[in-house]
Write a protein that binds this ligand. Structure first.
Ligand SMILES: *Cc1c(COP(=O)(O)O)cnc(C)c1O
Length: 401
């Protein structure tokens, strides 16, 4: 259902307010009610016979319903694509997309910055199915052509990486791969940009995938994924795979995804502003050796980010000189506003020590261990005070040794 109107005179923020809604079909309700239904009844044999998946008629809850159709239409508008498929999680959107376009003997190239569970699937089930998986240096650019094989079927990008924040030259990779072999399917994990700050399909990427669990949901209470395709044939193939796999999203999470989408641009502006403020402040701290935030000119990939993105989200990382685990614990265990946890994109701030080194295989990680921050919607000064007190605890623990 392609509702995106490239000639619309309205700004994106305005279009996202309307995207996927249909009050006239639901008794005037502003929002699409969650369509909690497995069984769908047909009044007549003629209606049963008239079922056509391409027309998005509804046959059975799992294979598509008004909740999933509305969410897919709205996300298609956001990503400026042709059509989408929704999934129960971002990871399911990724794994289903990789499976949909591969078969035994194929070769798949994946950016070394890819989300670790994406690698888990590629190294596990995908490899066992006979697909050869190879990782590439995210800085490769047009040099990716040197890695292409006659059997290469997918090139999978993720930019910036959600742990190390290296930005890829997506336009250069897309141009080089497409010129070498137009049959290769270009995919990207676009979760960091939330579909808002970067428009991969406009650059020639074929499938833009995101975890709507993160910014689109925005409230840390839903599990949802989506893959938006630029082409009808790709969409049909992916939709068929989703049906074969039994992949579907829950009506309640689709509802939350649609609700979150309405405020996405406003929230992202705040994440952008507060994130940059905290990142710049961290750069002035003696404890901090490096801040990895694409909007800072000191971050590798900054020029690419500036060229291709319209903003930043609230997720970035910083490095410190190596400290004993107990001193690090003194810092992160006592935070007032930063919770410690995986995930991100909610209204709340998070802190997560992590080490990219064991995850990377294409090119060894040249940096140190990271502390990843998600800057939420709290007051930025309160967040800096919290980090300031954390550094004090860290320094006290180091002095007490
Ligand atoms: C969280 C995340 C995913 C997976 O999303 P889920 O909805 O948790 O399955 C995929 N990619 C990135 C970059 C993520 O951060």
């Amino acid at each position: 259902m392609n509702t995106s109107d490239k000639n619309s005179p309205f700004a994106e923020e305005t279009r996202l307010i309307h995207a996927g809604r249909a009050p006239e079909k639901f008794g005037g309700a502003v929002n699409i009610p969650p369509f909690r239904a497995s069984t769908v009844l047909f009044p007549t044999l003629a209606a049963l016979d008239a079922y056509d998946p391409a027309l998005r008629s509804v046959r059975y809850g799992r294979t598509g319903n008004p909740s999933s159709h509305a969410f897919e239409a709205a996300m298609t508008e956001l990503e400026e694509g042709h059509d989408g498929v929704s999934f129960a999680s971002g990871l399911q959107a990724i794994t289903s997309s990789l499976l949909a376009f591969t078969r035994q003997g194929d070769h798949v190239l994946i950016a070394d910055t890819a989300y670790a569970p994406t690698r888990g699937f590629a190294n596990g089930i995908l490899s066992r199915a006979g697909v050869t998986v190879e990782y590439f240096d995210p800085a490769i650019g047009a040099g990716i052509t040197g890695l292409l094989r006659p059997t290469t079927r997918i090139v999978f990008l993720e930019s910036p990486g959600s742990l190390t924040f290296e930005v890829q030259d997506v336009p250069a990779i897309v141009t080089a791969v497409s010129a070498a072999n137009a049959d290769i399917v270009l995919m990207i994990d676009n979760t960091w940009a939330a579909g808002l700050l970067f428009k991969p399909l406009k650059h020639g990427v074929h499938v833009s995938i995101q975890s709507a669990t993160k910014y689109v949901g925005g409230h840390s209470d839903a599990s949802l994924g989506v893959a938006i395709c630029a082409r009808q044939d790709h969409w049909m193939r992916l939709k068929k795979a989703a049906v074969e796999l039994g992949a579907c999203a829950s009506a309640d999470d689709l509802f939350l995804g649609l609700r979150g989408l309405r405020s996405l641009p406003v929230r992202m502006r705040r994440h952008h502003e507060s994130g940059i403020k905290v990142a710049r402040w961290l750069e002035t701290r003696a404890e901090v050796t490096r801040v990895r935030h694409p909007a800072l000119s000191t971050c590798p990939g900054h020029d690419l980010w500036k060229r291709d993105f319209t903003g930043a989200c609230g997720l970035f990382a910083f490095e410190m000189a190596a400290v004993p685990r107990a001193a690090l614990a003194a810092m992160v265990d006592g935070m007032a506003h930063f919770g410690m946890g995986y995930s991100w994109g909610g209204f709340e701030s998070l802190i997560l020590p992590s080490n990219p080194a064991p995850i990377r295989t294409a090119k060894p990680w040249a940096g140190g261990e990271l502390i990843r921050l998600h800057i939420g919607l709290e007051d930025a000064d309160d967040l800096m005070s919290d980090l300031d007190a954390g550094f004090d605890r860290l320094n006290a623990a180091l002095e007490a040794r």
